[in-house]
Design a protein around this ligand. Structure first.
Ligand code: ADP
Ligand code: TZD
Ligand code: MG
Length: 590
């Protein structure tokens, strides 16, 4: 701990040479923050320096924490959010006041929406001046602005309260349903010095930050009774199940019951996508046909068509399809959010799945053969159709012919992290590229947000130490592209593949007026994104064939060097909004 030795007289300005002066050890706000974080196992900070936290970033590094400095706070924030998802520890994003804080706020809201534990720590200006609106440097009432966008928000005004502030932020982020927490640290707090021994005593090492939440036995029994009565059962695994790190028990539950399952995007790989019980390739068949659906860590939000309507066999767009839902979730308010839930099981997924496994025992009756057979039939038909498409080799490359290469590379490198954003670049990757291990696929999440790309790449590389592969739409990449410099600066093993179709969804739109401005949906044709990586000392490649793409990806993984591969894709190959055209008002598209 960095302490300052002073004599008591220093504080009154009297000469410290006085013989009766007692030396006292002091510790300041900077060091209390650092010690509080260290005490709670925080070892990595994602952020961007400036007043009033510049010295904090230096001191954090000096204290042995890893400080990853970004080019824009939003990317640091996304990095922190996904670090939280991957580690179950709150990811920390550190920013300056007002604009830096606001730049980080999108990611804080994103963390809350996605149930990822994250703490945004922002420096703030002088309270007295802010509250009287006297026009301080970067003046803003940050606490008030953060509150509606996060799970909890705290401000620390006195050095002796830093321990409590950090402890509360950690607990709020990781306990129950995880989420984003804001911690406001005013500039004046950092140089405040207090007695070092009292300072140390004021720090809190959080005991059991995310306590297990054991489901009520009768709720488990109710759920198992519903499941036992099913003729066409289905399990849906969401990213809450991936977050829970209960991989072996989840796999055992799926395998012992023999129930077909669908992984949501970030739950892919919880069981390998090639698992015979995976119903992914028969999704549009199983959703309307299933009679009992057990959701494990997945919400019935837009990504699951709200559990109703035609997707679920309902007659009209808002009609219930008649399924009985079982919902396993840590949030007691989640059930009945969109349709009735017949059997809510409230608890942490690890405990819930264990309790259900105990009920399954060894003589569980597997689902009826006609249900499994019907799924298998659809699956093999769709898989064969997909194989045909993947085998084609058109020029220019299609999304499919390019992603066939990524599919092989991921298969050969199952420990690699896959980052994915875009529209068509997202949807095609999700359906074509199989995942083999839990928590390897990280993507646009609940909001379908563009901009997570490079922040996620940095965090994935830093937190897991694994090779990272990013499949990026050319538009998606643009939101965080400057972080290629960050990737090079920290020399991270990141291979970015840009599916370059010259625009948002497609690159072939024109200005209907015939004027000089291009369509709002297109970019500079044949942009050479790979030069961006070369500018910072990384490797760039421009590829127009699957063979060249394969060679470049293999070389990136062999060398572990930061690499950007600009994969030229048919500019007419995409559809508007990818797979979610129906959500787009007035778009009746190609
Ligand atoms: P997806 O987008 O994959 O469908 P969602 O983000 O919609 O997943 O749902 C995740 C759900 O998982 C949330 O409702 C959240 O409350 C829940 N959850 C997160 N962590 C846990 C946990 N450890 N135990 C139980 N439920 C959890
Ligand atoms: N801004 C933000 C923050 N998130 C968004 N989702 C959007 C805008 C809207 N949007 C999408 O939903 S996908 C997308 C945008 C701008 C980009 C699609 O283009 P792309 O992918 O190049 O990334 P494809 O392969 O060309 O479809
Ligand atoms: Mg594009």
């Amino acid at each position: 701990m960095e302490v300052v030795t002073k004599t008591k007289d220093n504080e009154t300005g009297a000469a410290s040479a006085a013989p009766q002066a007692q030396p006292v050890e002091e510790i300041d706000g900077f060091n209390l923050v650092i010690e509080a974080l260290k005490l709670n196992g925080i070892d990595t900070i994602f952020g961007l320096p400036g007043i009033p936290i510049t010295d904090l970033t230096r001191k954090l590094q000096r204290a042995g924490l890893r400080v990853i400095s970004f080019r824009h706070e939003q990317n640091a924030g996304y990095a922190a959010s996904i670090a939280g998802f991957l580690t179950q520890k709150p990811g920390i994003c550190l920013t300056v006041s007002a604009p830096g804080f606001l730049n980080g706020l999108t990611a804080l809201a994103h963390a809350t929406t996605n149930c990822f534990p994250m703490i945004l720590i922002s420096g703030s200006s002088e309270r007295e001046v802010v509250d009287l609106q006297q026009g301080d440097y970067e003046e803003m009432d940050q606490l008030a602005i953060a509150k509606p966008l996060c799970k909890a928000a705290f401000r620390v005004l006195h050095a002796e309260d830093i321990g409590v502030g950090v402890a509360r932020a950690i607990r709020a982020a990781v306990s129950g349903r995880p989420g984003g927490v804001y911690l406001d640290l005013p500039a004046k707090l950092f140089p405040q010095a207090i007695d070092a021994a009292a300072g140390r005593r004021s720090l809190i090492q959080v005991v059991d930050p995310a306590p297990r939440q054991i489901p009520a036995p009768d709720s488990v029994k109710r759920a198992m009774d519903v499941l036992k009565g099913a003729k066409r059962p289905l399990i849906i695994l969401g990213k809450g199940a991936a977050y829970a790190q209960a991989d072996a028990d989840i796999r055992a539950l799926v395998e012992k019951t023999g129930i077909p399952y669908l992984p949501m995007s970030m739950a892919k790989g919880l069981l390998p996508d090639t698992h015979e019980q995976s119903a992914s390739a028969a999704r549009s068949y199983v959703l309307p046909e299933a009679d009992v659906v057990m959701l494990i860590g997945a919400r019935l939000n837009w990504l699951l068509s709200h559990g109703k309507g035609k997707t679920w066999g309902g007659k009209a767009s808002k009609d219930w399809g008649g399924q009985a839902f079982i919902q396993v979730d840590i949030s007691p308010q989640e059930a009945d959010s969109n349709v009735a839930v017949a059997a809510p099981v409230v608890g942490d997924i690890g405990s819930c799945v264990k309790a259900m496994l105990a009920e399954v025992g060894s003589n569980w009756t597997k689902p009826p053969a006609d249900w499994l057979g019907a799924i298998a039939e659809r699956k093999s038909k769709n898989v064969a159709k997909m194989a045909e498409t993947l085998a084609k080799n058109p020029s220019p490359m299609s999304f499919q012919s390019a992603l066939n290469v990524v599919r092989d590379i991921v298969k050969a490198n199952p420990d690699a992290m896959l980052v994915n954003e875009g529209a068509n670049a997202l949807d095609f990757t999700r359906s074509i590229v199989d995942m083999y291990k839990p928590r390897k696929r990280i993507d646009v999440g609940t909001w379908g947000i563009m901009g997570i790309g490079m922040g996620y790449c940095v965090a994935a590389a830093v937190v897991t130490g694994q090779q990272v592969i990013a499949v990026e739409g050319d538009s998606a990449f643009g939101f965080s592209g400057m972080e290629t410099e960050t990737i090079c600066r920290y020399n991270l093993p990141v291979c970015i593949v840009i599916m370059n179709n010259n625009g948002v969804y497609r690159g072939d739109e024109t200005n209907p007026t015939g004027g000089a401005d291009p369509s709002p949906l297109v970019f500079v044709k044949d942009a050479r994104y790979e030069k961006l990586m070369e500018a910072f000392g990384g490797v760039g490649a421009h590829v127009t064939t699957p063979d060249a793409l394969r060679g470049a990806m293999e070389e990136a993984i062999r060398s572990k060097r930061p690499t950007l591969i600009n994969a030229v894709i048919d500019e007419g190959g995409g559809t508007e909004s990818g797979r979610i055209t129906s959500l787009n008002p007035t778009a009746k598209k190609k």
